[in-house]
Design a protein around this ligand. Structure first.
Ligand SMILES: NC(=O)C1=CN([C@@H]2O[C@H](COP(=O)(O)OP(=O)(O)OC[C@H]3O[C@@H](n4cnc5c(N)ncnc54)[C@H](OP(=O)(O)O)[C@@H]3O)[C@@H](O)[C@H]2O)C=CC1
Ligand SMILES: Nc1nc(O)c(N)c(N[C@@H]2O[C@H](COP(=O)(O)O)[C@@H](O)[C@H]2O)n1
Length: 592
């Protein structure tokens, strides 16, 4: 790794890691002591100086990235995000926009130490840099300058603050962040070394507040409100405040966050209106300040306007009940059940069928079969597999997205590409004309899915535009050389190829040719689980059907069922029913 230059982080320059202890007693009615306030320039304030107005009066307009709306309409899963980015127990890929959205919630934990250039560039020549971070508690204990005769060396004329010195050098947790440019730009956050934090998240939240909390506090005070009343309002919904990291927010924090603004603001501060209304304690009775006049709209109205800047879950987000997901666990890749092969990925065969065993009305007619709940179940399955595989017939017929749209997956409230499976398309002749508008690429571009891998045979030559397009979206063509005289890959070779690409589980979605081939006697031993949705409908003749050839017992000459599943569970899902099962062993099958 080439570390060619060192950059001192903002946090390092600004963070004194000292907290005020004794300014509570001697404060004026505005919640701070003017003389003391002049001494202390808060580091968070400096960080956000650029966004604060230099104007003298309070403002009703949000000039902060984070204001009260962030607290009332938090970004989805914010508490989980903070935990994830505290532990970083596995590498996390984040979209650039996501990184900038989430990082301010954890910038009290991690302090940037230095920056380097990551080795090389990707095939498109896109450069990458790498930033190294350490836990805030990694730095040495800070000792303030010694005092002579009770007078500070730095601010002889100023009264002294009582300061708490935190013990440094106690935590060795470190991480690095690769910042990769390109069409699908990505920040990869991963741990350096194997040292865990020596403390929990609360511990660091108690020591230092993150940027979001300080922004919220500052933005409310800058509307002209007394810091202590702002604190009360922020603490009204402790669960929400805790979720964003503000469990230990103090009145001093609120004062510190707004210190510079208050010094430049000559006017009178007022009690926060929500404080007054909620406590039924009209502290500002009889006053009708300009600030109060300016903020006539109910808080809920102010919030609904501001919340447009937040990112709600996409409209197509799906939810799957926990109780049902627990019922499926026994047939999912991480179950205790031994797998068929240890060197191949866990293989789940899944599809939705009508009562007459059709997958669609016709080879080129996309056909909704699953109801809303079983559709959500399919996406739950997608979330639980590393890859999702289809034949090229399905890619051409359906122009599918092949992503996971369950709440909590990457792009649906989750971090980066978490729970997003890798789409794999078996296309020996490279006949799928993937283009910029293909849904699968649109999803990859939007960070709602991964770029597809297309498995082709030697002699298939996708054009250079398609190759470049796939690469730019994080996908690729993979040539599988072992193809038989009928231009077919063996399924074992396909799964081996995916295992080499570090795929540990594959969900086979269809279409009919793929399903029928895999259910065939010679291939079914590769399947670990079968999850089939049955919908209450007949599609009628002409559909694309799942079926097996007639089967005869060679010893008796009698016709027997072609296949019966074992370890079966039927799960009703609204109007549909889902069957989970496994393939019986050969011996068990012959008993049928
Ligand atoms: N209801 C449901 O759950 C689902 C429904 N569907 C429906 O299924 C239909 C599509 O099914 P279908 O037409 O059978 O197409 P498939 O999606 O099964 O694709 C079949 C093609 O994939 C390639 N292929 C498959 N297996 C292999 C192999 N082992 N080696 C090499 N190539 C292979 C072949 O391409 P080539 O011909 O180029 O050699 C083959 O013709 C669509 O109508 C779709 O809507 C699809 C998925 C799920
Ligand atoms: N589970 C299920 N139920 C249905 O009713 C279906 N039609 C399918 N089809 C499969 O899902 C793909 C579409 O996925 P996106 O919604 O575009 O992500 C389609 O291509 C089939 O593989 N599946």
């Amino acid at each position: 790794m080439d570390m060619d230059h060192t950059v001192q982080s903002n946090e390092d320059q600004q963070d004194t890691d000292l907290e005020d202890q004794n300014r509570d007693q001697d404060q004026d009615q505005h919640g701070f002591h003017t003389a003391q306030a002049a001494v202390i320039i808060d580091n968070e304030f400096q960080q956000h100086e650029s966004v604060e107005s230099s104007g003298q009066g309070p403002t009703n307009k949000s000039q902060h990235r984070h204001d009260l709306s962030v607290l009332h309409n938090p970004i989805p899963f914010v508490a989980e995000m903070r935990k994830t980015l505290f532990h970083v127990s596995h590498p996390i890929e984040l979209k650039v926009e996501e990184f900038h959205r989430y990082w301010p919630y954890v910038d009290n934990i991690w302090v940037r130490q230095h920056r380097g250039a990551a080795a090389g560039a990707d095939k498109s020549g896109n450069k990458a840099i790498v930033d190294y971070y350490g836990c805030r508690l990694q730095r040495a204990t800070y000792t303030p300058p010694s005092r002579k005769d009770g007078v500070s060396e730095q601010h002889d004329e100023q009264p002294q603050r009582k300061r708490r010195i935190r013990q440094g050098g106690t935590c060795r947790a470190r991480l690095k962040i690769f910042k990769q440019e390109g069409l699908v730009a990505c920040y990869r956050v991963q741990r350096v070394g194997d040292q865990e934090h020596s403390h929990d998240l609360d511990y660091i939240d108690k020591l230092k507040r993150n940027t979001v909390i300080m922004d919220i506090a500052r933005s409310e005070v800058m509307k002209g409100f007394i810091p202590s009343s702002v604190l009360t309002v922020l603490q009204e919904d402790m669960a929400k405040l805790e979720a964003v990291g503000g469990k230990f927010l103090t009145r001093n924090d609120v004062r510190n966050a707004s210190q510079r603004w208050r010094l430049s603001y000559g006017g009178k501060l007022d009690v926060h209106p929500s404080y007054r209304y909620n406590t039924n304690n009209d502290l500002s009775a009889g006053r009708n300040t300009p600030v109060e006049q300016a903020i006539k709209a109910p808080l809920s109205q102010q919030l609904s306007v501001q919340s447009t800047s937040l990112q709600p879950l996409p409209a197509d987000t799906l939810f799957f009940p926990t109780a049902l997901s627990e019922s499926l666990t026994s047939h999912l890749p991480n179950s205790e059940q031994p797998r068929r092969s240890n060197h191949l990925p866990f293989i789940t065969l899944t599809y939705a069928s009508s009562l007459d065993s059709f997958l669609s009305l016709g080879p080129t007619i996309p056909t909704p079969i699953s109801g809303p709940l079983s559709k959500a179940m399919t996406h739950h399955l997608r979330a639980n597999h590393d890859a999702i595989l289809i034949g090229v017939g399905t890619a051409i017929a359906d122009n599918p997205t092949l992503n996971c749209r369950i709440a909590g997956a990457g792009g649906y409230g989750g971090l980066g590409w978490s729970s997003q499976p890798r789409p794999v398309i078996i296309d020996p002749s490279a006949r799928w004309e993937v283009n910029y508008t293909s849904k699968i690429l649109t999803a990859a571009r939007d960070g709602r899915g991964k770029g597809p891998w297309i498995v082709i045979a030697p002699g298939a030559f996708p054009n250079q535009t398609q190759i470049d397009l796939l690469t730019a979206h994080g996908g690729k063509y993979i040539t599988l050389s072992s193809i038989d005289a009928c231009h077919r890959f063996s399924w074992e070779d396909i799964f081996q190829l995916l295992a080499q690409e570090n795929i540990k589980s594959v969900m086979i979605e269809g279409g009919a040719a793929v399903i029928n081939d895999l259910l065939h006697k010679q291939n079914r031993t590769l399947i670990d689980a079968v999850i089939i949705t049955l919908a209450p409908m007949f599609l009628g003749g002409g559909g694309v059907a799942v079926g097996l050839p007639r089967c005869m017992n060679p010893e008796t000459g009698r016709i027997v069922p072609a296949l019966r599943f074992a370890d079966v569970k039927w799960l009703p899902m609204d109007e549909d029913v889902v069957m989970c099962g496994r393939i019986c062993d050969e011996a068990e099958q012959s008993v049928i």
